[in-house]
Ligand binder design. Structure first.
Ligand SMILES: [Zn+2]
Ligand SMILES: [Zn+2]
Length: 379
């Protein structure tokens, strides 16, 4: 009778994936062959554990096991599975190739759990998208409101012209990498608390390609790229604000081996205006008027982003009153509504009066039945 896979890992039949993983990790660490050198029983146990985990960690295989048992749907009585004499290989319905030698594969398992190592074999040598670049531009308050066109210089890696992106001196042959012997991988043995763990890493010298130029390009030193300055024109739409970002698709670093270019992100820094303050799509400003204008009413000139305009000050206007000038704010982005200009009134009280003015103000005070001490302190 084959051992029960759940029993091997010491978990219940309804264990969650996380519970299975935890139990497996614990068992695998306990029975790792490096801790039991030469112990055949321990080795068998370790293989059992790996075999059980391979099935129970795979949704489909686990379901198959739950339904059909160890034999799998195709072959009842395949027997001895998974800890028996015939292990590994060949247990009907299951592929054990990944665990055929527990010890050397432990590094891979180990790395799956602990996130180490580089497992990028699939990508090696393929096209790589260029990196994105970030830059910033300062624009004036007015430029942000109305939009503008700017040019900026960015330094970015481009294809080396000397070697045409091959990384080799022109006419230098491409030869097998000496560092990795052409495999593209460097294997290393690390000492860990569990004993020695073998890890493989992409070869630094050839970048995993296994082949290198005999003479590296003397301009790019074999990197195939050089830093280049490029002038980029940017159209900044009307209505952007401080902190807005503009993305220029494909204007980042060039891709490698035919990969697409990255993007260029431009952060906008809008310089403050000495006349206007912006809040969203509205623009705020202040205007000074004379006390008598506030009392008697008048018209006064107000600066807006589009130049001066006249507003009416009704008689009896109070300090701090805000007047709205419709549609003179910031144009809406993407066809949105344009904001307004909001102007706040500051009433200027005269500090010095002529003799004639003093007489007139006093007369006004009397008219208003104000009983001023000493007839007012101006005297
Ligand atoms: Zn190499
Ligand atoms: Zn070059």
């Amino acid at each position: 009778m084959a051992k029960d896979l759940y029993e091997i890992l010491g978990v219940k039949k309804d264990a969650t994936d996380a519970e299975i993983k935890t139990a497996y990790r614990k068992a695998a660490l306990q029975w790792h062959p490096d801790k039991h050198k030469g112990d055949k029983e321990a080795e068998k146990k370790f293989k059992e554990i790996n075999g059980a985990y391979e099935i129970l960690s795979d949704k489909k295989k686990r379901q198959q096991y739950d339904t059909f048992g160890a034999a799998g749907p195709g072959g009842p009585g395949a027997g001895g599975f998974p800890g028996g004499g015939g292990f590994p290989g060949g247990a009907a319905g299951f592929d054990f190739s990944g665990f055929s030698d527990g010890a050397s594969n432990f590094a891979d398992i180990f790395e799956t759990f602990f996130g180490g190592g580089s497992r990028s074999k699939a990508k090696r040598g393929g096209p790589i998208r260029g990196s994105d670049i970030e830059a910033s531009i300062k624009i004036s308050f007015e430029e942000a409101v109305f939009g503008c066109e700017k040019e900026l210089e960015i330094a970015k890696p481009g294809v080396c012209e000397h070697c045409k992106g091959k990384g080799a001196e022109p006419d230098s042959p491409i030869v097998t990498c000496k560092a990795c012997g052409g495999t593209g991988e460097i294997r290393s043995v690390r000492n860990t608390i569990l004993g020695q763990v073998t890890a493989s890493q992409t070869c630094d010298v050839c970048g995993g390609e296994g082949r290198v130029p005999e003479k590296k390009c003397k301009v790019c030193h074999g990197t195939t790229r050089t830093r280049k300055k490029e002038r980029v024109k940017v159209k900044i739409p009307a209505g952007v604000d401080n902190g807005s970002t503009i993305r220029l698709s494909g204007k980042g670093e060039g891709g490698i081996k035919g990969g697409p270019s990255g993007d260029l992100y431009i952060n906008l820094i809008v310089e403050p205006s000495n006349k206007f303050v912006r809040s969203g799509s509205d623009i705020h400003s202040e205007v000074d008027i004379h006390l008598l204008q506030a009392v008697l009413g008048d018209e006064t000139e107000v600066d807006t982003i589009e130049g001066p305009t006249i507003i009416k000050i009704p008689p009896g206007t109070r300090e701090g009153k805000v007047f709205k000038i419709s549609g003179k704010g910031v144009p809406g982005m993407n066809g949105g509504r344009r904001g307004d200009h909001l102007v706040k009134v500051r009433i200027q009280i005269p500090k010095k009066l002529s003799k004639k003015e003093k007489e007139l103000y006093s007369a006004l005070a009397k008219e208003a039945n104000l009983d001023l001490k000493k007839g007012g302190l101006f005297w």
